[in-house]
Write a protein that binds this ligand. Structure first.
Ligand SMILES: NC(=O)c1ccc[n+]([C@@H]2O[C@H](COP(=O)([O-])OP(=O)(O)OC[C@H]3O[C@@H](n4cnc5c(N)ncnc54)[C@H](OP(=O)(O)O)[C@@H]3O)[C@@H](O)[C@H]2O)c1
Length: 265
């Protein structure tokens, strides 16, 4: 099936990480022109560039308003032209357990800034560039935010992360879906919310049987998610061909995991 993504300019943020890199590879295999964003680690993307001329990379600390603006200005002037699809995938999660009672304001602010404020900045700048883009780009416009089961069930000892994801899933996605159509009448906004996926972000935690044991017990499919499980859903929901009437949705990719069992232990 043709997903209509050939030659479409797709931006994936946090593309040097587990889910982001897999998503970049999938878009490339479908003929998209891909900008892979990174913050501090360009190596995995540069390795991929050797084989894919339709891949360019962009560096930015997305917590910085000026860096986000400058990244979009550069991308619009690049050979790929204005971005039509964004996958807002970057985020941080602190492996150390810190209950709210012990959480510093610095940790709280840092996570909210890295995950949520940065996502607002990326979406806002995307919309500003979309407003002046061609009708062809507007017709394909799609925002895919990456949430988490933590945003639905909470995340014991990681409230900063859980709150940042809830806000993306239930405040940002639902609001943006009503605003993007004022600029691009067929524009869509959805959120993919993974459960635990084995990536650099979670490797340390998932090596602990005290975490992985109850997690698998609460997952009907009895397996951890893979980056490809998540990437497949991202790509499908971003396609205006197969998902053209799907917007404002939060789609869980968690093997049926009843997440609150873990969160309450
Ligand atoms: N893995 C899971 O189990 C899981 C579960 C649910 C949801 N998720 C969500 O899925 C997404 C991808 O997760 P992942 O596991 O693939 O993570 P990952 O491997 O740790 O990659 C995250 C990426 O985010 C980038 N990043 C972090 N802060 C940034 C900032 N301020 N500015 C720009 N880039 C920044 C990092 O870039 P650099 O390395 O270049 O600095 C990194 O490549 C995240 O939104 C995460 O919350 C993951």
């Amino acid at each position: 099936m043709d997903l209509g993504l050939k030659n479409i300019h797709v931006l994936v943020t946090g593309a040097s990480g587990g889910i982001g890199l897999e998503t970049v590879k999938l878009y490339l295999s479908l003929g998209a022109n891909v900008t892979a964003h990174y913050n501090s680690n360009s190596k995995p993307i540069q390795d991929l560039q050797v084989n894919f001329p339709a891949l360019q990379c962009a560096q930015a600390d997305l917590s910085s308003e000026s860096a986000v603006k400058s990244m979009f200005d550069t991308l619009t002037g690049s050979p790929f032209g204005p971005v039509a699809v964004i996958v807002v995938n970057h985020a941080i999660w602190t492996a150390e357990d810190v209950p709210i009672i012990d959480m510093t304001i610095e940790q709280w602010d840092h996570t909210l800034s890295a995950n949520l404020t940065s996502s607002f900045l990326v979406c806002r700048e995307f919309l500003r560039h979309l407003r002046i883009a061609t009708e062809g780009v507007k017709d394909k416009a799609s925002i895919v935010l990456i949430g988490s089961t933590s945003g639905k069930y909470g995340d014991k000892d990681h409230a900063d992360y859980a709150v940042s994801k809830s806000a993306m899933m239930y405040g940002l996605t639902t609001t943006l879906k009503s605003e993007i159509v004022k600029i691009a009448p067929r524009g869509r906004v959805n959120c993919i919310a993974p459960g635990w996926v084995l990536t650099p972000m979670t490797q340390e935690a998932l090596n602990d049987p005290a975490i992985s044991g109850p997690l698998l017990a609460a997952t009907p499919l009895k397996k951890l998610g893979t980056p490809l499980d998540v990437a497949n859903q991202i790509v499908i929901v971003s396609s205006s061909v197969v998902s053209g009437h799907v917007t404002g949705q939060v789609i869980f990719v968690e093997g049926g995991c009843v997440g609150d069992i873990l969160c309450c232990e």
